[in-house]
Write a protein that binds this ligand. Structure first.
Ligand code: NAD
Length: 467
């Protein structure tokens, strides 16, 4: 069998892991600072160019959704890392009198980060920041679908890091599979639930721990107490950032039946106020990443329409540059693929309910979403939705903003993900919480060593009874 093409790189990092793992907080922060400077200053305009080429991202969107999440995460970690790495004392039960206990986070070791194409810089360098903070060596495998950004990140990584510490390999599925055959100590994967299962299966061969940041159908629920104008403005912004190719974008809307017409009109108003009537010419509107995804989205729309769905707005497209107009669809039902698969594009089905119980039926027929949004000013309505659904994250009266609060864990549940990222939670994911006990002087256990006499039997019985 031919040797794994990444074995040597992997072994180099494996041999170097203790050097990296024993680096001080100061040294880890130095690495993070150099990455921050490269993103914020040295390579900033090249990052803008690469994302324009890959996803037609505007400079503003690149700054806000690719650069800022990484640089703000670095700032956050710099403030808190000193505290996180400290040993934390833990209580010791009286039965272990004579000993003390504590925990300390240690690096997992050699980590693999596999990232998707939709926020290629953010979702590659974001986890990298957490892995560096925790003291690991890291191999990055970004998506082949955003080649300009992946090539640029490779240049940046080579410029900033020794490959025994951080390396980036470009490549397609085969590259990812070679990497997945290696016994990494941790695998951090961001992508689809289908590939997440492949990653978890490969990880099982080595019992590598995994973080899976996946996707799903994230609903937005609106009741009659919500401010409809504000809701439409916020939801349309959240849906159309990055042309809808956002894991936590609202996938579909469920709204009280008699609000449908007013809400749809407000959504149209919001779309045109953000992107004008000539959306295709707007500098602020992105494109679908490639022909495959463009065709997938067109098929979702066509299939829904052929089964009776109505296009309330949009529906136009241009194959030449993967443009799909923001599209609002009504009269959808659960038989349609658009209501079963994650949409991941600028298409928003708006379905209706008469009674609140229909909302729960609709949401709970799908697997647990990554995000669930409720737009309402009625506490009882919000509480009922929250208590009777499950989701990775929830925002009330807004969407998307949860991603950039580094105080909160970010991630899904089951089909939408396993494990959490960001801030302390990201640091923890790349660390092993090692438990320690130290024996200072003779403990009770030493009075009950064999041979077991009558006296020792009594001590054991007293221990069971009293400790
Ligand atoms: P994907 O799963 O197709 O690909 C992700 C990565 O996996 C890429 O680097 C790709 O090369 C690799 N890959 C693809 N097939 C593979 C295989 N068979 N074996 C091993 N590796 C393989 O996902 P995508 O299309 O790049 O991204 C879209 C998905 O990612 C959506 O489902 C979205 O919701 C999800 N996502 C989740 C988050 C999150 O934070 N939870 C963020 C962004 C995207």
């Amino acid at each position: 069998m031919p040797e794994n093409p990444f074995l040597q790189l992997f072994q180099k990092q494996q041999q170097h892991q203790y050097v990296v793992g024993n680096t001080s907080v100061k040294e880890r922060i130095r690495k993070l600072n150099s990455l921050k400077k490269a993103i914020e200053v040295t390579y900033r305009s090249k990052i803008h160019e690469a994302l324009k080429k890959d996803l037609n991202k505007s400079i503003t969107e690149t700054d806000l959704t690719e650069i800022y999440p990484v640089t703000s995460e670095i700032k956050f970690i710099k403030k808190h890392l000193w505290h996180w790495v400290k040993k934390q004392s833990a209580p010791t039960p009286l039965s272990f009198f004579g000993a003390s206990s504590y925990t300390k986070f240690e690096p997992k070791g050699v980590c693999l980060i596999i990232s998707p194409w939709n926020f290629p810089l953010n979702l590659t360098f974001g986890p990298l920041v957490s892995a560096i903070a925790a003291g690991n060596t890291i191999i990055l495998k970004p998506s082949e679908m955003t080649p300009h950004t992946s090539a640029l990140m490779k240049t940046m990584v080579q410029d900033l890091f020794d490959d025994r510490v951080v390396a980036l390999v470009e490549g397609e599925v085969e590259t990812a599979q070679h990497l997945l055959n290696l016994p990494f100590n941790h695998i951090f994967f961001t992508g689809s639930p289908a590939v997440g299962k492949i990653v978890m299966k490969a990880a099982a061969a080595h019992l590598s721990s995994v973080t899976l940041e996946l996707g799903g159908k994230s609903p937005a629920i609106i009741d009659e107490s919500a401010n409809l104008t504000t809701t439409a403005n916020r939801l349309i912004w959240g849906k159309l950032v990055n042309c809808g190719q956002t894991c936590i974008a609202p996938d579909y809307v469920i709204i009280k039946e008699d609000l449908l017409s007013e809400f749809t009109n407000l959504c149209i108003k919001a779309i045109e106020s953000y992107y004008s009537k000539n959306i295709e010419a707007s500098n602020s509107y992105g494109r679908i990443v490639n022909q495959k995804h463009f065709q997938r989205l067109k098929n979702l729309i066509d299939e829904a329409v052929s089964q009776g769905a109505k296009i309330a707005y949009g529906g136009n497209s241009n194959t030449a540059d993967n443009y799909i107009q923001p599209t609002l669809i009504t009269s959808c039902n659960t038989e349609m693929k658009i209501m079963q698969e994650e949409i991941f594009g600028p298409v928003l089905p708006i379905i209706t309910y008469k009674d609140a119980s229909e909302i729960l039926n609709q949401i709970n027929t799908n697997l647990k979403p990554l995000a669930l949004y409720v737009f309402s000013n009625r506490k009882s309505f919000i509480d009922n939705i929250i208590k009777n659904t499950r989701a990775g994250t929830t925002v009330i009266n807004n969407n998307l903003i949860q991603f950039n609060n580094h105080h909160l864990p970010f991630g899904g549940s089951n089909n939408s993900g396993i494990g959490k990222s960001h801030g302390f939670y990201g640091f923890k994911e790349f660390s092993n919480e090692r438990a320690f006990m130290k024996q200072h002087f003779k403990g009770i256990s030493e009075f009950v060593t064999p041979p077991y006499t009558n006296l020792k039997e009594k001590i054991a019985a007293l221990t069971v009874k009293w400790f």
